[in-house]
Design a protein around this ligand. Structure first.
Ligand code: ADP
Ligand code: MG
Length: 248
């Protein structure tokens, strides 16, 4: 028996089932105390390995998503920003919008929590193993531009199209020239009605043709983004500067 026990330990080591090994004694004790069947005991033991693998998988999904921080919805103070509807955010967090290939647009002035909310939803998606990627608008445009120069634009567009959820942060903080707008259009057009995109922006839709120097393309982009989209207009004070304006 004891030599079989030792053999089992070396089998688990050989198979690299570290967490089954770690919980082996405890599971043997639990099984004999509760007269577990072999199936129940083995299920219990193997669940330890699976829990560990799942947790690791989630960690790596979140890591590769390139979030600026790991703030979640539970860290968002809804009392501070009453224009944000908590139920709507919880619905986003349920990821229903991803299954419908809908977009979300967070619109508002700096510091109101747009990036925080977009990131929270992204983290929820990554935890549910949806491939997710967070990128600033200037960065994705720079990458597409470089790809075009190097004759590999299609591959780059296909790469960004793979993500079930793409978060493009800070659209419109800097003017977007006609060439960049065309690249942005191709990106949005590829994802249109197939994949969800979250956008944060400080420019209201009626002034998109001022930020995008080509108004025709600006409209074509907006058209596709907004066709199946929920727009969250965050109107309120900046969380960053909240302490500077506290009433006495
Ligand atoms: P925006 O993207 O709209 O400029 P951010 O999401 O970057 O704003 O928010 C600025 C900072 O304030 C971040 O650190 C964010 O986590 C925090 N923040 C913003 N709104 C809230 C809020 N209602 N509750 C908690 N933290 C918030
Ligand atoms: Mg932001």
């Amino acid at each position: 028996m004891s030599s079989n026990y030792n053999q089992l330990i070396s089998n688990l080591e050989y198979l690299k089932l570290k967490h089954m090994l770690l919980h082996l004694d405890e599971t043997i004790d639990f099984a004999s105390r509760n007269s577990l069947s072999f199936v129940d005991a083995f299920l219990r033991l193997s669940n330890h390995e699976i829990d560990f693998k799942e947790a690791n998988m989630i960690k790596s999904m979140v890591k590769v998503a390139n979030f600026p921080h790991l703030k979640e919805l539970k860290d968002f103070d809804f009392d501070f920003q009453p224009s944000v509807n908590k139920q709507q955010m919880l619905d986003f967090e349920s990821l229903r919008f991803i299954n419908k290939a809908e977009n979300i647009v967070f619109l508002g002035t700096p510091g109101v929590g747009k990036t925080h909310l977009a990131t929270s939803i992204g983290i929820a998606a990554a935890k549910k193993r949806y491939t997710t990627y967070f990128i600033k608008c200037t960065e994705i445009l720079a990458q597409l531009k470089r790809a075009k120069l190097e004759n590999r634009l299609d591959a780059r567009l296909r790469h960004f199209n793979k993500y079930k959820l793409l978060i493009i942060d800070e659209v419109g903080y800097l003017p977007i020239d006609s060439d960049d707008a065309k690249l942005f259009f191709q990106l949005i057009d590829k994802r249109y009605e197939k994949r969800s995109t979250i956008i944060t922006t400080n420019i209201s839709f009626d002034t998109w043709d001022e930020v995008f120097l080509d108004p025709v393309i600006a409209n074509a982009i907006l058209d596709r983004i907004l066709h199946h989209a929920q727009v969250v207009n965050v109107i309120g004070p900046s969380y960053r500067t909240r302490n500077h304006f506290k009433s006495e």
